[in-house]
Each structure stands twice: as C-alpha cells, then as structure tokens.
Design a protein around this ligand. Structure first.
Ligand code: PLP
Length: 298
C-alpha cells in the first residue's frame, strides 16, 4: 500500500505501477491503458489522460499518450480494444461523476477473466465507491471479484486529505524503494483520522446502516418518480444514489442548497446523492420532502 494525499495522486501511482510492472515483465512497448468513456479519474495530467471525457482534457493538450477509451459496461468493446501493447485496464466499479452508472451483472468478473488471460493489470478506482459508500467496504465486493490494483481517497480519512494505492504483492514489487514517493504521504494526522474512520465504521456497524438507509432512500425516490414523470430513472447502491431526469438539474441543486441540502448534478441530468455514511432515516426523509417541494415547482 502506497499512501498519498488525494484520489488523483493515488491513480497516478496506479498508472505508474501498471507501466512499471509491464516494463519489468514484458516489453517497453507494453504501455497502453484502457479506461472507459464518461469515467473520472482525477485532474492531474496523467489522470485527465485516463479520464474518458473530452471536457476535462480540453485546453490541457498535449495529452499524455497511451490511453484508449471504451464504453463502460461493454465487455465486447473491452476485448476488442486489447492489444499486445495493453498493460492495464482502469475502471470505476460504479461510475460516479459519470452519473452513478452501475455496470451490468458480470462486468467486473468479465474484466477479471480477460485480464487474467493476458496478465493485464486490472485496476479499480474506488476513490468514490470505496470505504462503505455502496454498503460494502469496496464497490467490487458486490461482484466478489478482486482487482490487482485499487485506489482509495475521499471517505478514507473522513475529510482529511489522504489517498492510497494498493497492489497485489507481485505487482507491488515493481515499485521498489526510490521509484515513487510523496513527502506528505502517510502523514500521522491523516492516517490517525483514517484509523478513526475505520474504527467508527466497524464499531457503529455503518455498512449495515448504509445498506438499510440507502434502500430507504431509493424507495423514497421511486415514490417521487411515480409522482413526477420527468424522473426517468432512480438507481443506487448503498448511499450512492441517483435520480435521472429528462431535463437539466443544475437549478435544482441551487434550490436544494438554499433549503439546506448539498446535492449534486452530474452529466447535466443526473441528480447525484452521496450523503455521509452516518445520515439517518429521518434526515433522508427531510431531504425527500424538500426534493418533493423542488420537483413540484417544475
Ligand atoms: C472515481 C474518482 N477518481 C478520482 C477522483 C479524484 O479524486 P481527488 O479529487 O481526491 O483527486 C475522483 C473525484 O471525484 C473520483 O470520483
């Protein structure tokens, strides 16, 4: 495990370890990394190259070469994109910025199989899905398929800056002492906060709580969907929840903020809810009642 200070930095370490592993074990030309369209992996030059969205790259060219983007959830497209130059696949177990996109059942398992056949490094970006937000510690646990490399940040230290990149031992060997580093990575304050977060998740049984409150939240949104036809889809896993609209939702975010709730709108039409793991049923009910008043104004 390599500690750093943010999600982007954790993903940079993942990109580097994949290339180094392939360089050490295969050839200097095995450098390509396949990611997915509408993904989000960070704002550094390496991670904007990995991000499959034109808008985050625009203006920052030349973009780091060696990245291919395929549609999320499409195993056929992934298989077709793999070549002898492919060294890694990087995906989010659920696309967060992309609009809480939950892949079809068997997607992660299919990726695992494809990567195993070629010794391509399978990397899961769990920066948004990790540390309990989906009701399991990690998003991949819903499919029971483990990656070779995983990245974490966001919730890991409950708001203090921390990132982590984890790799299986045979891949971790590729980043020996001196090959990568960070001055503040693994600093005692952030690490103590992360330990406190993990103790709280365990001690207060928050994973079960997230599953229960998340299901209650989705049920409440589905109820609103019956009332408002412009809500085209409601989906979620744990407390990663979305309501997709047939129209832009940015103004609803502003209205929610004026009424005391911080929500988000991604890809223009998806209201995204990522509340803290400790949110109560009563607080969810308060949000649902407020959303009802906002939707009624449409
Ligand atoms: C899936 C994913 N990866 C990476 C990042 C980047 O994390 P950070 O903002 O900590 O650099 C984010 C941030 O939204 C994210 O959602």
């Amino acid at each position: 495990m390599f500690f750093c200070n943010s999600g982007a930095e954790a993903n940079e370490a993942a990109l580097k370890i994949a290339r180094k592993y392939s360089h050490d074990h295969y050839s200097e030309s095995r450098t390509d990394i396949i990611t997915t369209t509408n993904s989000f992996h960070g704002r550094t030059l390496g991670t904007v190259a990995a991000t499959g969205q034109e808008k985050v790259r625009k203006g920052f060219e030349p973009i780091l070469p060696g990245f291919t983007y395929v549609p999320y959830g499409d195993l056929g497209a992934m298989e077709q994109a793999m070549t002898e130059h492919t060294c890694a696949v990087l995906v989010e177990p659920i696309q967060g910025e992309g609009g809480i996109v939950i892949p079809p059942d068997g997607y992660l398992e299919g990726l695992r199989r494809m990567c195993d056949q070629r010794d391509v490094v399978l990397m899961f970006d769990e920066v948004q899905t990790g540390i309990g937000h989906t009701g399991h510690y990690f998003g991949y646990q819903h499919e029971g398929v483990a990656p070779d490399v995983m990245t974490l940040a966001k919730g890991l230290a409950g708001g203090l800056p921390i990132g982590a990149m984890m790799a299986k031992p045979h891949i971790a060997e590729a980043l020996g002492p001196g090959t990568h580093g960070s001055t503040f990575g693994g600093n005692p304050v952030s690490c103590s906060a992360a330990l406190a977060v993990l103790r709280t998740i365990e001690g207060e049984h928050l994973l079960q709580h997230v599953q229960e409150v998340g299901a209650h939240f989705v049920e409440g949104l589905r109820h609103l969907q019956k009332k408002y036809a412009f809500i085209t889809d409601v989906r979620g896993r744990g407390l990663m929840v979305a309501a997709e609209l047939d129209r832009p939702g940015g103004h609803m975010v502003v209205k929610a903020m004026e009424r005391g709730y911080l929500i988000n709108c991604t890809v223009d039409r998806v209201l995204r809810f990522l509340p803290p793991l400790i949110i109560t049923r009563q607080e969810v009910d308060g949000l649902l009642a407020t959303l009802d008043t906002i939707f009624a104004e449409e």
